[in-house]
Write a protein of this length. Structure first.
Length: 320
């Protein structure tokens, strides 16, 4: 199926979304609970969201690592504000019908700030969010030098997020980075407590081997999420193997960002070296292909239909 066949009026067709009548929050809950592992690619902008949907994925993730790189060109270190992220998520949600799992970092403050975060993210149209237990300013989960807050401080934020939901199906995922700080036992206990508090999905960041992964999935009484970060601390395992270990979902949060960075660096090097993009043409979308991807022809048809309707309406009244 090509991008052209699934897009109409700049959005995916109803046929493509057969069965998508449920709210995005409810769809994400059902996908997490399904027997087959949910694979969520990471996207860092609205165009990427459309491309991922066209590829046939059922849900997406957008984390602070890629958001910071895209919006600021900077490292993932708590540099984006709540309003900056919620506005970005609103644009992503407008670009796709798929459920989006969003990054709420450490909650942007205390439990009161967490509640406001949930309200803004729900208004933005995402299907869920995750809150971590790192000390602010946080770091990417695969970076050195992390620190975590006391359990009770983090758990209060998880409960605040759950209580603030207008939509009971809005997914709240609890993320702990405690493995690197306090060890595996503490990370498991934190995830167990988060599940008892009501978290829908549990994410223990950066297990270093398969044995740790198996123990996490065995001892945490709820659906667990795996994080596939290329060149990160955890084994890069295929989805089927992660499902066999016991994971309910897996994200690839930075792959697209790394791919874009590699492609642009190659393109700019070619242009700088040759003074033309001719050598890069095989690696570029064509003008027409790209316009179709972003829905230009569908938009023009819709504009023409509306003008035809208006002209006909005026003509009928002119003849009376």
């Amino acid at each position: 199926m090509t991008c052209a066949t699934i897009l109409r009026h700049g959005r995916p067709t109803r046929a493509f979304h057969e069965g998508f009548r449920l709210r995005r929050t409810t769809r994400l809950q059902k996908l997490i609970a399904a027997p087959r592992i949910l694979v969520m690619p990471g996207v860092h902008d609205a165009l990427g969201a459309r491309l991922a949907e066209a590829a046939g994925f059922e849900a997406l993730v957008q984390g602070g690592y890629s958001a910071t790189a895209t919006l600021l060109g900077r490292p993932d270190s708590s540099q984006l504000s709540l309003t900056e992220l919620s506005e970005m998520y609103s644009r992503l949600a407008d670009a796709t019908e798929l459920p989006i799992l969003a990054d709420a970092d450490t909650g942007f403050g205390n439990v009161t700030n967490v509640a406001r975060t949930v309200r803004l993210y729900e208004k933005a149209g995402v299907a869920g969010l995750f809150i971590e237990d790192q000390v602010f300013p946080k770091r990417c989960g695969h970076m050195a030098g992390k620190a975590v807050v006391p359990r009770a401080e983090w758990l209060a934020k998880i409960k605040a997020a759950l209580d603030a939901r207008d939509d009971a199906d809005f997914v709240v995922m609890a993320r702990t980075d405690a493995i690197a700080v306090n060890g595996l036992d503490d990370a498991i206990e934190r995830a167990q407590l988060a599940r008892e508090a009501g978290a829908d999905l549990l994410f223990v960041e950066a297990p270093i081997d398969v044995d740790q992964m198996r123990r996490l999935c065995r001892e945490i009484p709820g659906p667990c999420l795996a994080n596939n970060v290329e060149s990160g601390l955890s084994p890069l395992l295929p989805a089927d193997e992660l499902q066999a270990i016991g994971y309910a979902a897996v994200v690839f949060p930075v792959s697209a960002t790394y791919a874009v960075a590699h492609a642009l660096r190659d393109l700019f090097a070619t242009l700088r070296r040759t003074g033309t993009t001719a050598d890069a043409l095989p690696r570029l979308a064509s003008f027409g292909e790209f316009n179709e991807l972003v829905g230009l022809s569908a938009q023009r048809r819709r504009e023409a239909d509306l003008q035809d309707y208006a002209d006909a309406l005026v003509a009928r009244h002119a003849n009376h």
